[in-house]
Design a protein around this ligand. Sequence first.
Ligand SMILES: Nc1nc2c(ncn2[C@@H]2O[C@H](COP(=O)(O)OP(=O)(O)OP(=O)(O)O)[C@@H](O)[C@H]2O)c(=O)[nH]1
Ligand SMILES: [Mg+2]
Length: 474
Amino acid sequence: MGGSLQDTICAIATPLGEGGIGILRVSGEKAIEVAAGLLRLRSGKSLASVRNHTLYRADILEQATLPSSDVQRQPSRALDEVLVVVMRTPRSYTGEHVVEIHCHGGPLVLQAICESLVQQGARLAEPGEFTKRAFLNGRLDLAQAEAVLDTIRAKTAGSLRLAQEQLRGTLSNEINRLRETLIRLLAQVEAGIDFTEEDISFIQPDELAAGIRAMMDGIAQLVESSREGMVLREGVTAAIVGRPNVGKSSLLNALLQTDRAIVTPIPGTTRDVLEETLNIRGVPVRLLDTAGVRPTNDPVEQEGVRRSEAAMEQAELLLIVLDGSVSLTDEDRKILTQQSAKKRLILLNKTDLPCGVDKAEVADLIRSTAALIPLSAKTGVGMDDLRDAVRSLVLRADFEPGDSAVVTRLRHRTALLKAQEALGNAADSVKGQLSGEFIAMDLRAALDALGEITGAVSTDDILDRIFRDFCIGK
Ligand SMILES: Nc1nc2c(ncn2[C@@H]2O[C@H](COP(=O)(O)OP(=O)(O)OP(=O)(O)O)[C@@H](O)[C@H]2O)c(=O)[nH]1
Ligand SMILES: [Mg+2]
């Protein structure tokens, strides 16, 4: 991100399509002047004199920004009637002067106003630049800034609740508590280093070891929470696999409750991998329907089979479908014994028909590495069992989002593991009666690692990586 913090930035904050209203944001030292240059308040007041956080009616003046061949420009005419609100520093999202213009939600109106803002001296904002400024101005810490994005992207009520908890600072508070404890320990160790000659010890090794141990327990709990947290935020990828004609596409349709995939009695119907995202018992699931796997000479089907195998590799969860109305084939057996290290559910489909499969053989092949669920994609019998099984494979039964601090991102988990490792080294140094300098070095490394989560310690590189995922205007 190259732009300077000194610039006044602007962006369309709502999606570009037709909508009841559309919103533009301007932020920076000159935000009020810039906006004042293109609108007239109905009250006749100047924008600089209006009250904070109060909506005013205004007209956007027609500028040179409408395509000139369309109409004769008339600077006295209004381009649109809008509502405008001024939020002065520091009481705004970014902490800077912010002006929001609420216009009619048409792409042409929004773009014309945006161009006028640029003509008046604003620069187009980069992705996430408003939130980045909020962070740099101390309005949010880094974990909270990430939670803003998670709120926008949340796919289930659970992921939304986790994002809101993180935005309110639940995780940040926990990290800050850990950092404060660490800073106290570090101060005591460092004081000991300075006074070695007088042989004053500021903390007993036992006490230090216990302090480090307690911190490591706290961190371990957070790391543990990431199992659920990351599932809820990122979701899981599940591939529906099996030999041709067992009912994979029928299952996709049944889960989605729509006619998404083509279903026919002809084996080899599905060729491409179909992808849909849905909410299964609160878990965001990216569901892949794949081509039935079998040896074939048809080059199109061969490519489909290759894609199925790639999907199987990529997925964290496999839904292996069998046709319960006929006996197992060698293809079924092969698929059942593949990828047994992955989370798998074995779905015995077509239970509305007389049973033709040797269940004992199936049980023998999967050897309790996976649950066997009888169902019918046609009648819907067993579909609830399937949904329950998906949830319990990826989430702890008693997991309730929002009780306590939960880690939802790999970036946070990685930083916690780094802190954990540094604390482990510090504990070893204490046990080995190494000098205070060594212990202090490790404690400082742990402190920095924790600081990366909230942004107490950050580099341009970290910031760029975080904010480039945002949309423009947020
Ligand atoms: N009776 C019954 N028929 C089913 C059920 N599920 C699927 N079928 C039928 O089985 C046939 C194949 O279904 P698909 O969903 O196309 O099977 P698929 O596994 O996607 O097949 P490919 O795409 O060829 O690999 C169709 O005629 C379906 O109507 C079921 O639960 N009961
Ligand atoms: Mg299919």
